[in-house]
Design a protein around this ligand. Structure first.
Ligand code: FUC
Length: 795
């Protein structure tokens, strides 16, 4: 049980130990704002902690309407959102209008290039596991919690003198959700267990030997689904009901083991695999055979193996108030500094928890809501938006030492290649592949016709940056050769073919180009150019590393010379969003796409490009500190890259105060997981950066975190970093080298260095320190001289 871990002040040798726990004194009133999420990547469940009835709303990530066989296809044929009719010269017409008029109206472009959205579908709630008739007489001392370190949710309360405790976890190794109901007096657990599903599907529910089985097909596309829950009672009686319920009376404990699946498969063009029945049944059987204690132990080992890699102490004190009250105090400005830091540290770890819970190998990547969705028509279909949102979900994967969680993203993106090639042919008559503004598990790589958010062919190139970054962080050569390079090459083919010459200056540009989700269609908007340049640069580097040298690599060199880089300083000193100087200094749009070069890309270096960096700062300042959840999260990352810790922290505070629900889910509004994950990435960027050839320690430490420590953050070059700081200065820096080779450190100009074999003499080079590291070696740096003050660049 985790109940004993409900926060209390405790001290370890050097650091106060504040368990990362969300806790509440009332049941969740509402799914979106109050329920607590658990998940194993493929499945998710939201715990309400209700008194008479417990509700576990649950999901399985592949349960999607749309795609092949969908009723929402006019001619019955699913074609990944490609044009339903031929459009000779449509693209040329748009390009010509943009070249002649300088711009084109989004509505007109959507008429030319868009198509009504059909067969897109939506992510579905699987159903509810309801546990009814629980003891509720004279309830006292109620607690509900989510322990992030154990990935266990719990409920505890006293009823008629008996202490009742419930525990919930979603096991990745055993692919089941487990719920346990116990009481401290034998024979006091009574309940009726029921599975319910929404009515947009056929379904049959039955109960036999305590096993409830519910199966059928989605009405829209015939996708088969099945859920099974085994009810195990220790003591008392258990009875199957003819209505598919199971009733338990007088048990000591009740254990529920739930599994769910569909016949979805991530395979183009049919996206269907095997009947889920045998697999779901086998998972429940295997979990029953393991038993409660072993399931729990395997879950804890699995989760702890990921979660425990990073620890963050910023001087947080164990909050004596429940998490919702802590948040309200933070928002109202009445939380003290240690309480504020408690929420900030908890939110950082919550992002890591949510990524682990919603993205594990063997399933789809985390969608707009991770894996959690209680609706049959969720906002934006609960889809994969790829004009920032899916990418943002994965920003913390490498930096916060959760590289394994990115596996579903890599698999998914590679799965877009086959439908994306068809779309590239159909819409552009081009080789390579393309995906537009948003997509689904059915490879929806085509378009729809929502004028301000349908055209974003740069999405694939942005997604491929994650493959490239995985190589940079891990140095995994097989991954580079077999996965990153082929993906980059295929995207490069597309863009080499699709770029056109800008009659204004002869450079290569994207046309039509649309800065998400904002302004007119033009040629060569900053984000389009920056993304394509990023792709070409990374593809060129990858080619060199794998020894590829052919027509394509030669074409990349020529194109890189001619490509407009999308970096221009405009009339009020701003980095321009468009190629012509049209930025309005009063425009506070949530997308700040023209700063892609600053983050997530690495094209703007404060030391080498001070003018452009100053312009980026000007543009960001003008956009303001508002925005929706993910927009604020992105701004944490931008300010961290600008090495302005106080402004990065201000954006974190804005996100917590203005875009965070009581269960600490990010709200756009509505709930979207990207803001959680983007903020966690932003905090990591405040503490360690490594995108400019060096491991930069404390590049953006805010004044309000004067003392602290962090361990386990990852830097490019396969380096793991532990840091301790006091009075805003690093006091020790420990580097764990994954590979043999030089590690360049920034932020500690002089230091005593101890390596695995004793003292090491680092080479000093201005603000940089170079250590020749050996794979597996641990290097402890103790700063000796003054540390450069935190520099804010381009004020
Ligand atoms: C992008 C954003 C919207 C929203 C949607 C899911 O299109 O511009 O604000 O987050 O994704």
């Amino acid at each position: 049980m985790s109940e004993h871990r409900v926060p209390r002040s405790a001290t370890a040798d050097t650091e106060p130990v504040v368990p990362p726990i969300l806790w509440y004194t009332t049941p969740a009133a509402d799914w979106e704002t109050g329920s607590l999420p658990i998940g194993n990547g493929a499945m998710g469940a939201c715990v309400f902690g209700g008194l008479g009835t417990e509700r576990l709303q649950f999901n399985e990530k592949t349960l999607w309407t749309g795609g092949p066989g969908s009723a929402d296809l006019p001619d019955g044929r699913y074609d990944s959102g490609n044009w339903h009719r031929d459009r000779p010269r449509a693209l040329t017409r748009v390009r010509e209008r943009i070249d002649s008029d300088g711009q084109a109206d989004p509505e007109w472009v959507a008429g030319e290039l868009g198509s009504p959205r059909t067969g897109f579908g939506a992510y579905q709630s699987f159903g509810d596991l309801l546990v009814e008739g629980l003891a509720v007489v004279g309830v006292e001392d109620y607690r509900r919690w989510l322990d992030l370190a154990d990935a266990i949710a719990g409920v505890g309360y006293t009823s008629a003198g008996v202490r009742h405790t419930r525990e919930y976890f979603a096991s990745h190794p055993d692919q089941v959700v487990v719920a346990r109901f116990a009481a401290d007096v034998p024979g006091r657990v009574d309940c009726v267990v029921r599975l319910t599903t929404p009515d947009n599907r056929t379904g049959r529910t039955s109960a036999r030997d305590g096993r409830i089985t519910c199966s059928g097909r989605l009405t829209d596309n015939g996708l088969r689904y099945e859920a099974q829950v085994q009810v195990l009672a220790d003591g008392g009686t258990r009875t199957d009901g003819p209505d598919g319920t199971v009733t338990v009376r007088g048990a000591d404990t009740v254990l529920l083991i739930l599994a769910a699946g569909t016949d979805y498969a991530p395979t183009f063009p049919d996206y269907r695999g095997v009947d889920p029945h045998p697999g779901v049944g086998a998972r429940v059987d295997a979990a029953v055979a393991r038993g409660d204690a072993e399931l729990r132990a395997r879950h804890l080992a699995d989760h702890g193996g990921l979660f425990d890699r990073v620890r963050l102490h910023i001087g947080q004190a164990a909050p004596e108030v429940p998490t919702d009250e802590l948040l309200h105090r933070y928002r109202a400005g009445v939380a003290g500094p240690a309480q504020r830091r408690a929420l900030e540290a908890l939110h950082f770890q919550y992002g890591r928890y949510l990524l682990i819970a919603s993205s594990r190998a063997g399933s789809l990547p985390a969608n707009l809501q991770g894996v959690w969705n209680d609706s049959t028509a969720p906002p934006w279909a609960g889809d994969y938006h790829v004009n920032v949102n899916l990418q943002m979900n994965y920003w913390p994967a490498e930096t916060t030492n959760l590289t394994e969680t990115a596996t579903p993203l890599f698999d998914y993106v590679e799965g877009l290649v086959a439908p994306g090639e068809r779309t590239a042919r159909r819409l552009y008559d081009a080789p390579g592949w393309v995906v537009h503004n948003e997509t689904t598990p059915y490879g929806y790589t085509g378009v729809h016709d929502w004028a301000t958010a349908f055209w974003f062919p740069e999405a694939g190139a942005w997604l491929a940056r994650h493959h490239w970054e995985h190589w940079l962080f891990t140095g995994d050569e097989d991954f580079l050769r077999e996965r990153a390079w082929p993906l980059l090459r295929s995207l490069a083919r597309f863009w080499l073919d699709v770029l056109v010459t800008d009659p204004r200056d002869g450079t290569l540009v994207v046309n039509p180009s649309y800065s998400p989700e904002h302004g007119p269609f033009t040629a060569g908007a900053a984000m389009s150019q920056q993304i394509v340049r990023d792709l070409f640069g990374n593809a060129r580097r990858a080619a060199r590393l794998v020894g590829a040298d052919d027509e394509l690599t030669a074409a990349l060199d020529t194109a890189l010379d001619r490509l407009d880089p999308g970096l221009r300083v405009g009339s009020w000193g701003q980095l321009q969003e468009w190629k012509h100087d049209a930025d309005d200094p009063d425009d506070t749009h949530r997308h700040v796409s023209h700063l892609y070069a600053l983050h997530p890309a690495d094209h703007l270096d404060p030391d080498r490009d001070p003018e452009l960096v100053a312009a980026a700062r000007k543009a960001l300042r003008a956009r303001g500190d508002g925005g929706t959840g993910w927009s604020r999260a992105w701004k944490i990352n931008f300010w961290a890259r600008l090495r302005d810790g106080d402004h990065a922290h201000l954006m974190l505070a804005e996100l917590l105060a203005g875009s965070t629900l009581d269960n600490l889910w990010d709200t756009h509004p509505p709930f979207q997981i990207d803001g959680n994950l983007g903020a966690t990435a932003g905090v990591a960027e405040m503490l360690v950066q490594s995108h400019h050839r060096a491991v930069h320690v404390l590049p953006a430490l805010p004044a309000c975190w004067p003392h602290g420590s962090v361990s386990g953050l990852r830097a490019r070059g396969d380096v793991t970093v532990d840091l301790v700081w006091a009075d805003h200065r690093p006091t020790t820096v420990t580097l764990h080298a994954g590979r043999t080779g030089p590690i360049v450190v920034r932020g500690v100009p002089t230091a005593m260095v101890t390596g695995p074999d004793g003292p090491v003499r680092p080479a000093a080079d201005g603000a940089l320190l170079r250590i020749d590291a050996v794979a597996g070696g641990r290097y402890l740096l103790t700063p000796t001289g003054p540390v450069a003050d935190q520099v804010t660049v381009g004020r």
